[in-house]
Ligand binder design. Structure first.
Ligand code: SF4
Length: 321
């Protein structure tokens, strides 16, 4: 669900898979995603994404991570059951990868972590001016050009990242699943979530407080309702702390109305009252050109006002990005 991912194609002649230890020794260099990868610009909400010659794994300096996020694109085919008005994935461009190859992704992850943690990323021209804290690895993210829980090999992918961590070659890293929450109740997903540690996090999308807004802003597939999203957030929020991700854009020149923000805050309040452990609400806006031209960035002042309403109504911890 994370709108901050994309799937590059593998240039002809490039090895598609390699044994992780060998892969880790291979020098990497930032490379833009190949043309036709579905990435209109190499950014994730304003931050450039670097694929480092990978097909499925890329790095991005992430404001919400407050540093570097290494991401696995769980949906290289861009499959999503939402059609968010602010989505930055251009689905009019054909995908260059049909599915996630978990073995290749695990090798890429190993190689990329070695590259990042050895300080080589900072030596790259693009990153040389970045302060070290922004190039500090904050987490490994399961995200994608679509909804990660729709990935047919979701469990295999999650377990492979956990396996990379368990091998102990790298210092412990947090795993973050970014999701639109619609698949959190799937039996396979529920089973896999049990493998997460307390430090790992689930970042679930909730942008609105009414069904009408949900249909307008998130444009889900037929049959998916806001009630379903809320119910799944509650399901997981009762099992473990959950982070809510909320994006507020300007749509057709209009800021969100007061009534919409009130309703959104009410849904959070209800989730909390019903037992959802919401550890953080992340409030932000689209910061780069998105596919839809009617959608643009909501100023920080307005985002801060929304955050203040949520704090007052719910008592939850809220951060603005
Ligand atoms: S959930 Fe929305 S923003 Fe995320 S990939 Fe799907 S359509 Fe795009």
């Amino acid at each position: 669900m994370n709108p901050s991912t994309a799937s590059p194609s593998a240039p002809a002649g490039r090895p598609l898979a390699s044994e992780p230890a060998q892969a880790a020794a291979k020098p990497l260099a930032p490379a833009p995603a190949p043309a036709g990868s579905g990435v209109p610009t190499q950014t994730a909400f304003g931050c450039p994404r670097m694929f480092l010659e990978n097909r499925f794994v890329y790095v991005v300096v992430s404001p919400r991570a407050r540093g570097l996020s290494v991401c696995v694109n769980m949906n290289p085919n861009k499959q999503c059951n939402f059609g968010c008005i602010y989505c930055e994935v251009d689905r009019s461009i054909p995908s260059s990868e049909a599915h996630l190859d978990v073995e290749v992704a695990a090798a890429e992850l190993t190689r990329t972590l070695a590259f990042v943690l050895s300080g080589q990323l900072q030596q790259q021209p693009f990153y040389s001016a970045f302060p070290p804290e922004l190039l500090t690895l904050r987490h490994v993210s399961l995200s994608g050009d679509g909804e990660p829980t729709l990935c047919p090999n979701f469990s295999e992918a999650l377990e492979s990242v956990i396996h990379v961590r368990a091998r102990g070659r790298f210092p412990f890293f947090k795993l973050v699943l970014t999701t639109n929450a619609t698949g959190l109740d799937l039996p396979e997903v529920q089973r896999s979530l049990k493998f997460l540690t307390k430090q790992d996090e689930i970042w679930a999308k909730l942008d609105v407080g009414t069904e009408a807004q949900f249909q307008t802003l998130n444009a889900p597939e037929a049959g998916i309702t806001l009630e379903k999203v809320l119910s799944n957030i509650l399901l997981v929020g009762r099992q473990r702390p959950i982070v809510i991700q909320s994006l507020f854009p300007i749509v057709a020149g209009l800021e969100p109305q007061a009534i919409d923000i009130e309703q959104y805050a009410m849904r959070l309040k209800e989730l909390k009252a019903a037992g959802a452990q919401i550890s953080l609400v992340q409030i932000y806006s689209a910061t780069r050109p998105v596919v839809s031209r009617q959608c643009s960035h909501l100023p920080l002042k307005a985002l801060s006002r929304i955050a203040q309403i949520v704090r007052l109504e719910t008592g939850l911890r809220v951060e603005v990005y």
